[in-house]
Design a protein around this ligand. Sequence first.
Ligand code: GLU
Length: 290
Amino acid sequence: MASASARSKPVYRGRFAPSPSGPLHNGSLIAAMASFLDARAQQGQWLLRIEDIDTPRVAPGADKTIMHQLRVLGMQWDGEPVWQSQRLDVYQAAFDTLLARDEVYGCACTRQELPSEGPYPGTCRHGLPPGRQPRAWRFRVPQGVERFHDRWHGPQQQDVAAETGDFIIKRADGLWAYQMVVVVDDGEQGITHIVRGADLLDSTARQRVLARHLGIDYPSVMHVPLLCDATGRKLSKQNHAAAMDITRPLPTLNKAWQALGFEALAVNDMASFWQIALERWAARYGSTGG
Ligand code: GLU
């Protein structure tokens, strides 16, 4: 009879990928907590990736603050964190692959020239208008409906060509677009499971299509609830969500835990919080049992 240790454990590599535009707030903590619990419940790795690619939005020192907040709350990541700003050559290589296959094209359209809503109309898809220079670069989205399963929201489908059309992977300001870098990094880091905020559910179909064209196996996804303010807007750094209170870790953790649909845990210390949370998470979302 095979011993427990001889059984091969399924590989799980999850990640938390905050944009360091400010400290974590109660909304971003939900994604951190859910991704952490899911990874630990499956004896997986939990990586930290600092998404500092959108340099105009980066707040100096926010990466260090986020790491401090995670540690104080008992969420220690595995290995060294990765900073996207240090990986520009990796994104360039992926771009070159797509360009060599004519799967990206230069786009001259300014914001004023584009419709305010709806998909990119494809103006530059078959070549730039005479006398125009490329500003941004777009991915040539193939026809077809993208279907996938979200572990929180169930079956999903999106016709990317019809709904967003060819999307930008390199911006007019020369920066790599989020959709591009997230796909390349999840692929390069061997991520198997994405657990993140529900605002990114709508990006998933685009990311899956792009991943396929880069030969990347797209991870399984779970999009967890967002915290909204009294007016129903997503709590975010842009609308000045207050930073988390890490001087009182337990109430802060319990708030995020309740937002994930669980009952507050009546515990006196963080170790007990995480132990019970892990058991409850595993009971609801699955565990390999160690
Ligand atoms: N950096 C993104 C954010 O902070 C998250 C990206 C992701 O998890 O795919 O909203």
